[in-house]
Design a protein around this ligand. Structure first.
Ligand code: ZN
Length: 137
């Protein structure tokens, strides 16, 4: 399962960054032939090779092995209630509020947007009228 996930990750990285196997293998300090066999899922790379791939692509082992990815992706698709907002003071003494993402705790630019522009979490605004201010840390 790991080598299949790794193969899919490597392929999607090459695809999204428009990298040839040759360029990608250079980035990862691997031979193009060996890189190709990883991309096709035909080999079980060593931990050292995994490290080279992580460094070359600037990814974590979890990113490349797809560890928990499906679970996280599912969680992002299920709407999370927005129940907090932050209060920002203006210099003139008045204030403005921004809703707070329940997943990443980042401020959400516009109320009632469907997804957090920061982390991609799907948002639900059903209870926003009862939202409470988030205490500053
Ligand atoms: Zn977020």
């Amino acid at each position: 399962m790991f080598s299949k996930n790794l193969s899919l990750s490597v392929l999607s990285i090459c695809d999204s960054r428009d990298l040839s196997y040759e360029t990608a293998s250079e980035l990862c300090d691997l031979s193009p032939r060996y890189f190709g066999s990883i991309a096709r899922g035909q080999t079980a790379p060593s931990i050292n090779t995994l490290e080279k791939l992580c460094i070359g692509f600037d990814k974590s082992p979890n990113d490349l092995l797809g560890f928990e990815t499906s679970k996280e992706e599912l969680a992002f698709r299920i709407a999370s209630q927005v129940v907090h907002f932050r209060i920002y003071p203006f210099i003139n003494g008045s204030t403005t509020t921004f809703p707070v993402c329940p997943h990443c705790a980042g401020s959400i630019e516009r109320e009632y947007q469907l997804f957090c522009s920061n982390c991609g979490q799907r948002l639900s605004w059903d209870f926003y009228q009862y939202a409470t201010p988030l205490k500053k840390k």
